[in-house]
Design a protein around this ligand. Structure first.
Ligand code: GRF
Length: 213
């Protein structure tokens, strides 16, 4: 069992996927707090519906990113958080947060990293002409969308895909791999070894993943 704090900025569908798996008993996690930097984030309602405490911590009015992160750390520690889950949180985090939760901050990105970090990843992938796209859950380090990769899931890109249709399909993958990654953490099965993450008891056999054409 792990106590998590989830940081959001927007719709919170990843948060919802996590809450659903907590509710159905398949994720050994207690979401102790949901923090949003935006008061209008729809994800806050999702948290309230699940009776999870919420905080709105506006990033504006802080002297620096570090000062904002110190506020986040105080709120997360106050809620007894062990694992910080960034789920559509639109702020860059600093070493103030990372040093408070070493090896315990996760993020999800809608691309197969290290391809297409940053904003509009799905559009970047389409513009580049990739045939396979996907999503990545990774531990956070000081570079954007860069830390050790925990899980990835792939989708085939179709000839008629738009950034919107691709984003929708990638989001379905996100909703599977994010709770799965948190469950692996909760089970104590993740070890960071340099850039790689070892999963104790990993069952997957390496195999080709081929679309048909
Ligand atoms: C997701 O695509 C996630 O990968 C990215 O931001 C989006 C958040 O969506 N970091 P939601 O708020 O979880 O619906």
């Amino acid at each position: 069992m792990v106590t998590a704090g989830v940081l959001i900025s927007g719709s919170g569908t990843n948060l919802q996927a996590i809450l659903d798996r907590v509710a159905d008993g398949s994720l050994d996690c207690r979401v102790a707090i949901v923090v949003s930097n935006r008061a209008a984030a729809a994800g806050l309602d999702r948290a309230r519906r699940a009776a999870v405490p919420t905080r709105v911590l506006d990033h504006r009015g802080h002297a620096s990113r570090e000062a904002y992160d110190a506020t986040l750390v105080a709120a997360l520690r106050g809620a007894g958080v062990e694992l910080v889950v960034l789920a559509g949180f639109d702020r860059l985090v600093t070493r103030v947060l990372l040093e408070a939760f070493p090896g315990r901050v996760m993020n999800i990105h809608p691309a197969l990293l290290p391809a297409f970090p940053g904003l509009h990843a799905q559009r970047q992938a389409l513009d580049h002409g990739v045939r396979i796209a996907g999503a990545t859950v990774h531990f956070v380090d000081e570079q954007t969308d860069h830390g050790p990769i925990i899980l990835q899931g792939a989708v085939v890109v179709g000839p008629d895909d738009t950034p919107e249709t691709l984003a929708r399909r990638i989001l379905e993958v996100e909703h599977t791999i994010y709770p799965a990654a948190i469950q692996l953490f909760a089970q104590g099965r993740l070890t960071i070894v340099g850039r790689r993450v070892r999963i104790t008891g990993e069952r997957d056999e390496p195999r080709p993943l081929l679309p048909s054409w």
